[in-house]
Each structure stands twice: as structure tokens, then as C-alpha cells.
Design a protein around this ligand. Structure first.
Ligand code: LLP
Length: 421
């Protein structure tokens, strides 16, 4: 049988996993994650650049451990993510917590743990300074640069909720100074899935310029957002060119300033996105007159990106001969909403119930954005280890377990038992 050659994993291996673990199942490739971490670490050989992995892209503890093993620290955005990284053995100094409408309790928790707190509003900075005079923090600014693969993930534009306004930086410095708080870092993140590399360079410029008034500065964090190609004809982001241009600018900055400042980047998608595949099984083929549908056993509860951002993920039928007769299909999920489409007008080899589909590039923002909508269980997760073994890194609950868990969490497990006994 001839298969679609575009998959990063041998389709027979994927078929074996789908048959053994059932579907829906996310599959991740450890060696690809490691290689991508190593590629990033080679980009700035003669600059003090460190890498933080954006945990929100994929927070499976096994994945976090792999990335930690490659010498990455972590970009976290909730107290829960902070605790997760700490519990997995990462030291607090390797954890950067970018707050966003953080509560007092979360602030106290993070401060107690000793992670670097990156503060994104003047109000929160004041509260932090009052609570922890004489301490240290970082500030997130709003650079007024717009980017991201979709308006919903454009974080640096003028109307964004994130970061401290540029004109308020002097006020931030004043507030910190009043309480003896040292602003050790400055940070921005312009968006996820950056479309124009020039925009990151512009953001770097804004951060370098904004750092001028920060006397205690130890680091500058340029955020994440490195994109990946989702369509086979998309040109990948030219990392080498970006690193070349950024290096030139950062070296000039260090020379001109003569102070020991280090730099951070915090990518998520670029590291894990291409290393993940969602496996699903076709159970229905349905001709609706004008559209031919393939119905699958997953949906936007497990992969939200197509429904939320109209994101494109390549879908490959790994059971069918890639060179057989082709058909154009809408690939539908099993969620009770008409927006639950995983792909529109896709040319696939003639497919039938029982076939397995591989949905590509789903290692980032796949499982972390999954829900139990329609009360369905979450997918299983399987890791293809660097040694080539298949390892369960999250098991799928059965329908009965899923329902029992709900009853337990809502305090009705006992009632349900006594009603049925
Ligand atoms: N740093 C900060 C402060 C962020 O907010 C994010 C992403 C990152 C780093 C990592 O960005 P990345 O390198 O992964 O692009 N759910 C959306 C993506 C939302 C990203 C939110 N912040 C999606 O599926 O496209």
C-alpha cells in the first residue's frame, strides 16, 4: 500500500498505535521535540540567550520533563502551571510567571515559591510592591505591535489587554522605586504564530529602547510566537535569518550599554506543534447532497483550533492507499454543533468507516485546549520515545469512568449509588 509521504511518522506505526490504544489519541514524537529544542539552542551561539518553553502549548508532564531535560526553563501563565513545573523538579529560578489578571492569592503563592513574577498592569505592580517591598520582579509592556495568526492571538496591539502601556513605564519605575522593588526584567509578547518576522525585530527594538530607564535590569524577554507551517506549501519561518538579524542588534545593544543583560525567548508551538498527531477513526460516510462528510470519533472538544481560529490542520487517511481514487470531503467531528468541522473540502483517498485519520501538527494547543464538552472523555496520549518505544503518557477514561467522575466531583456519587442499589 502506498501512503501519503507527508507524515513525519511511518503511517504503519500510527496505525499500530491507533489499533492498540484506540482513538482519539494524541501521539507525540520525543526525538522531534528534543531535536527542535537543540536547534533553538544553537541559534545564538555567542550571546547570553536562554530559552523558556511556553507550558500552555502542551503541559503533559512527560513532555515538560523532556523539554526540561534539554535545558529549557519555563514560561508559565497561571499559578497552576507554576506548581506543575515545580512539582516536576524545576527550580523556581527557571520559572517565569507572566501574570494576567492574577488574584492576590495567586500572587502570594508565586512570591512564596520564589519564581520570577512578570507583572502586566500598574495596579498589580502597586499591589506587589506594597506586599513585597525590597523584592524583585519583571514587567510586561504593551509594545503596540500587532501580529499573530489570528486576531484572537494578537497580543501586542494597541488595544490589547496585555502589558503596561509604554507611556506608563516611568510610572512603573517610580512605583517600584518607592518601595525599593528592583525591576530586573522587561518582557513583551506580540502574538502567537507570528506572520511578519520584521515585527519581532520591531518588538526587540521597542524592548531595548524601553529598557533604558530600568537601572536594575538583568534580562529582556522577547516572548514567544515563532510560527510553524500548517499547509504543505507554506514557507517555514526562516529562523537562521531571524537569529542573524536579531544577533546583530543584540550584540550592538550589549556593546553600547556595557551592562550584564541576558535575553530570553519563550516559544511553545514551534517546539511541540509539529511533533504531535491526533489519531481519529472514521465511523460515518454521509452524502448530504452537495457535501460529502466523513464523521469521526473526535471533534472540537479535542482539537479546538479549526473551530476557534479557522485553523488549518492537514488530515491524512492512514488506512487508505494515498494514490487511489480521491474524493472531496468535509471532515466532521462528533460534537453536537454544526461548527464542529476539522477540515473543509479536503481531497482524500476514498475513505470508509473504520479508516484511521491522522491530523497533523497538533502537538501545540491541541490537548491543552481540549474539554469534555458533550461529556466525552479526553483523548489518550502516547509518546513515541527517543528509543522508539510506545508509551502511554495519559490514558483515556471509559464512558462509565467519565460519568462516574462527574458524579463524584459534583457530590452525587453516593446518591447515584443508593438510588441504583
Ligand atoms: N509567551 C506568552 C506570554 C504567550 O502568551 C504565549 C502564547 C507564548 C509565549 C507562546 O506562544 P507560541 O510560541 O506558542 O506561539 N491557542 C492559540 C495560541 C495562543 C497562544 C497564547 N500565548 C493557538 O492554538 O494558536
Amino acid at each position: 500500500m502506498q501512503h501519503n509521504p507527508s507524515l513525519p511518522v511511518d503511517p504503519d506505526r500510527l496505525l499500530a498505535i491507533a489499533q492498540k490504544w484506540g482513538t482519539p489519541t494524541y501521539v507525540y514524537m520525543e526525538s522531534m521535540i528534543r531535536e527542535r529544542c537543540q536547534m533553538l539552542k544553537r541559534l545564538f551561539p555567542d550571546l547570553p540567550v536562554s530559552w523558556l518553553y511556553a507550558v500552555k502549548a502542551n503541559d503533559n508532564p512527560h513532555i515538560i520533563r523532556i523539554i526540561s531535560g534539554e535545558g529549557f526553563g519555563f514560561d508559565t501563565v497561571s499559578y497552576e502551571e507554576v506548581l506543575l513545573c515545580l512539582k516536576l523538579g524545576t527550580g523556581p529560578k527557571q520559572i517565569f510567571y507572566t501574570e494576567n489578571n492574577m488574584t492576590d492569592a495567586e500572587m502570594q503563592g508565586a512570591a512564596k515559591e520564589g519564581v520570577t513574577l512578570n507583572i502586566g498592569s500598574l495596579g498589580r505592580l502597586r499591589a506587589f510592591c506594597e506586599a513585597y517591598p525590597g523584592s524583585e520582579c519583571s514587567i510586561r509592556i504593551k509594545p503596540d505591535i500587532s501580529d499573530g495568526h489570528h486576531a484572537k492571538v494578537d497580543t501586542g496591539n494597541q488595544d490589547s489587554k496585555f502589558g503596561i502601556r509604554l507611556d506608563l513605564i516611568p510610572e512603573a519605575v517610580r512605583v517600584a522605586g518607592e518601595h525599593g522593588v528592583r525591576i530586573r526584567g522587561i518582557h513583551a509578547h506580540i502574538g502567537s504564530g507570528i506572520q511578519e518576522p520584521e515585527n519581532i525585530l520591531a518588538e526587540i527594538e521597542v524592548l531595548l529602547k524601553s529598557s533604558a530607564g530600568l537601572d536594575d535590569l538583568a534580562f529582556i524577554n522577547f516572548g514567544g510566537g515563532i510560527p510553524i507551517p500548517y499547509r504543505h506549501d507554506e514557507t517555514p519561518f526562516d529562523l537562521d535569518r531571524f537569529a542573524h538579524l536579531a544577533s546583530k542588534r543584540l550584540k550592538a545593544f550589549l556593546e553600547a550599554n556595557n551592562r550584564p543583560v541576558s535575553f530570553f525567548f519563550e516559544p511553545g508551538r514551534w517546539i511541540v506543534g509539529p511533533a504531535g498527531i491526533l489519531l481519529t477513526q472514521v465511523n460515518t460516510v454521509k452524502d448530504q447532497g452537495r457535501k460529502l462528510f466523513l464523521g469521526t470519533d473526535t471533534g472540537f472538544n479535542h482539537l479546538l483550533r479549526p473551530a476557534l481560529y479557522e485553523a488549518y490542520h492537514e488530515v491524512v487517511n492512514i488506512s487508505a492507499d494515498a494514490h487511489g481514487t480521491s474524493q472531496t470531503y468535509h471532515i466532521a467531528g462528533n460534537i453536537c454543533e454544526s461548527g464542529d468541522m476539522l477540515g473543509l473540502d479536503r481531497a482524500l483517498p476514498e475513505s470508509k468507516p473504520g479508516d484511521y485519520l491522522a491530523i497533523r501538527d497538533t502537538g501545540a494547543y491541541g490537548m491543552t485546549m481540549a474539554s469534555q464538552y458533550n461529556r466525552r472523555a479526553l483523548p489518550a496520549e502516547v509518546l513515541i520515545t527517543a528509543e522508539g518505544y510506545h508509551k502511554t503518557i495519559r490514558s483515556r477514561k471509559t464512558p462509565a469512568e467519565t460519568v462516574n467522575d462527574l458524579l463524584k466531583e459534583t457530590g452525587l456519587a453516593a446518591a447515584q449509588k443508593s438510588e441504583t442499589s
